[in-house]
Design a protein around this ligand. Structure first.
Ligand code: ZN
Length: 285
């Protein structure tokens, strides 16, 4: 089994067992497992829509045109009830990551940074030396409020207290809250370490300027909403889908299709343009 899949399964298994053990008597182990699974799936899905779809393809790359009210609603709901990620900082870091991929100026990782160094950088990235997030949405009240340092700690204390109240146990809530964030670190490591280290995954494009790799396994593709197809994405960052072949599994695209059916998003002209050497028979959106 690949190391990244083994780490993910260990985290998921450990999370499930810890939920069963920590669930209070009134809930019991099996219902504790169900509650833990519901919290896990809700946080994962919300964070995926917020980061991979809305912030990444919608704001950072302008490949998708989301309804502004939807961008703002997802930003508020994720950062108030889920795993906090400052929207403007993230957009800036991501644009600098593309501009300087794996080199000086990339906030995520330099070519020689190993596993533990990259793990540290997931929480404390390199300092950004320029500001590329100057879009009108970044100056909106919603982005400025959720990016403010005064929002960060209170929002996370609030959602932890709310979770504790709903499940009737600080300990059980702490297991779910911390466990979910450990899984989120793994998701971050898939994108920053495993798909930016040439020892893992495969390459469709032999780009020498970066170390971006594709990982196409079911679990990482689902967990990251397809953001682990980094080699594809770095080669054509403006395309609205990260799979570049009809046979590549693309969970992120499925979520975008669902949101399009709900009238929440449309493709931008540059996002919908399939480059000549991409072997897709159709856009699929
Ligand atoms: Zn990107």
């Amino acid at each position: 089994m690949k190391s990244y899949n083994a780490v993910a399964l260990a985290i998921i298994l450990g999370y499930g067992l810890a939920c069963m053990v920590a669930a209070p008597g009134a809930i019991g182990p099996w219902r504790g497992l169900a509650v833990g699974a519901a919290y896990f799936l809700a946080c994962w899905f919300l964070a995926g829509v917020y980061l991979a779809d809305v912030l990444h393809l919608g704001v950072a790359h302008r490949a998708l045109d989301f309804k502004p009210w939807f961008i703002k609603a997802v930003t508020i709901v994720n950062n108030l009830f889920g795993i906090y990620v400052g929207p403007t900082d993230w957009v800036n870091r991501h644009r600098l990551h593309h501009k300087h991929s794996d080199h000086e100026g990339d906030p995520n990782k330099l070519a020689d940074d190993g596993f533990w160094r990259t793990l540290y950088l997931c929480v404390f990235p390199y300092r950004c030396k320029e500001n590329t997030a100057t879009d009108p949405i970044c100056r909106s009240w919603t982005f400025r409020a959720t990016s403010h340092w005064l929002f960060v700690a209170p929002s996370q204390i609030f959602n932890f207290a709310l979770l504790s109240y709903l499940v009737g146990s600080w300990t059980f809530a702490a297991v779910m809250w911390v466990g979910m964030r450990i899984f989120a670190l793994w998701v971050n490591m898939i994108q920053n370490y495993w798909t930016h280290t040439r020892a893992f995954g495969y390459r469709r494009y032999e780009d020498e300027r970066d170390n971006a790799m594709n990982i196409g396994d079911w679990l990482p593709v689902t967990a990251t909403f397809s953001a682990c197809l980094q080699n594809n994405h770095h080669h054509y960052p403006n395309l609205l889908r990260l799979s570049h072949s009809d046979s590549e599994y693309d969970f992120g695209l499925l979520t975008i299709k669902a949101m399009k059916a709900l009238g929440l998003v449309a493709a931008t002209p540059k996002g919908a343009m399939i480059p000549a050497d991409v072997s897709l028979s159709r856009l699929g959106l």
